[in-house]
Design a protein around this ligand. Structure first.
Ligand SMILES: Nc1ncnc2c1ncn2[C@@H]1O[C@H](COP(=O)(O)OP(=O)(O)OP(=O)(O)O)[C@@H](O)[C@H]1O
Length: 279
């Protein structure tokens, strides 16, 4: 296990931010943490990173308690901070090179800059980067130490669609090399594209956990079949969509006009899950 958490609790005064979380993340897994604003995602991640003290519970990250871990442990994890680089007058290349020197076994800075798509901006000062470019630099600084475990807290906020796709390729590449990744995101399609497993967290508790494909009974939920009948659009919710389509094909004697067959999206399931705990 790369990450093992049992009974994690954290309070800020009257607010219980994390209210008894259990979590297992296997080595090499990409794990997604989803939840609405204020659900407790960042608090959980910060505790796992060793940047926040917990009130209760057991936490093991790469075999150590993050709160007591040594310098050598820190070398094995990567964190994508929101605005890691505080060096506005340095260039992209200088910053990545500078950060790489903190690690025992860094990646080649030039290659990292290329991986995040900043080669053209390598000679540009940080202060002259756009918001999305800065975020890409944050990602570069998170991976330059070749971490075994990478924490990505809302990594693609502010990315344009092309940069987001490129980032997904990068993450899939890192996962392919065996990097364990804990990702939080508000973009459901991002978690669906990247995560092997995910947990939905709401009000400090995990309300569902599983593969994106099957979360919250998604794979067995009723399927919606829609088509255009002579009287207008029709929709049927069914557990046997194949049978419905076969019957329709027979009825129309061939192509069914404007036929669509849809299962609930991850977003449908997610909204239902967090809605259920809001009542
Ligand atoms: N330093 C702090 N002091 C007091 N309360 C805090 C502090 N940090 C977080 N909280 C509260 O704890 C709860 C959980 O916050 P947290 O940042 O972990 O949520 P989150 O799921 O990461 O939210 P978001 O999606 O908005 O980033 C919230 O109610 C928040 O207001």
């Amino acid at each position: 296990m790369a990450v093992r958490v049992r009974g994690l609790r954290k309070r800020y005064g009257d607010v219980t931010a994390v209210d008894g979380i259990d979590l297992d993340i296997a080595a090499g897994e990409v794990f997604g943490l989803l939840g609405p604003n204020g659900a407790g995602k960042s608090t959980t991640v910060e505790i796992l990173e060793g940047h926040r003290r917990r009130d209760e519970g057991e936490v093991s990250v790469l075999g150590a308690d993050p709160h007591r871990a040594a310098r050598s442990w820190r070398d094995r994890i990567g964190i994508v901070w929101q605005t890691a680089a505080d060096t506005p007058e340095l260039t992209v290349a200088e910053t990545v090179r500078h950060f790489s020197m903190y690690y025992r076994d860094p990646r080649d800075p030039e290659q990292v800059i290329d991986q995040v798509g900043l080669t053209e901006k390598a000679g540009t000062r940080i202060r002259a980067l756009s918001g999305g470019q800065r975020r890409r630099l944050d990602v570069a600084l998170g991976i330059v130490g070749s971490p075994e475990l990478l924490f990505l807290d809302e990594p693609t906020t502010g990315f344009d669609p092309e940069a987001r796709r490129r980032f997904w390729d990068l993450i899939q590449g890192l996962a392919g090399e065996g990097t364990t990744i804990l990702l939080t995101s508000h973009y459901l399609e991002e978690v669906e594209a990247l995560a092997d497993r995910l947990a939905v967290i709401s009000r400090g508790r995990i309300v569902a956990e599983g593969e994106p494909r099957t979360l919250g009974g998604r794979a067995v939920a009723a399927t919606s079949v829609q088509w255009m009948s002579a009287d207008g659009p029709r929709t049927v919710e069914t557990d046997t969509p194949t049978r419905v389509v076969l019957d329709l094909a027979r009825e129309f004697d061939g192509e069914v006009p404007q036929l669509t067959v849809t299962r609930p999206t991850l977003e449908d399931v997610y909204l239902k899950l967090i809605g259920a705990t809001d009542e």
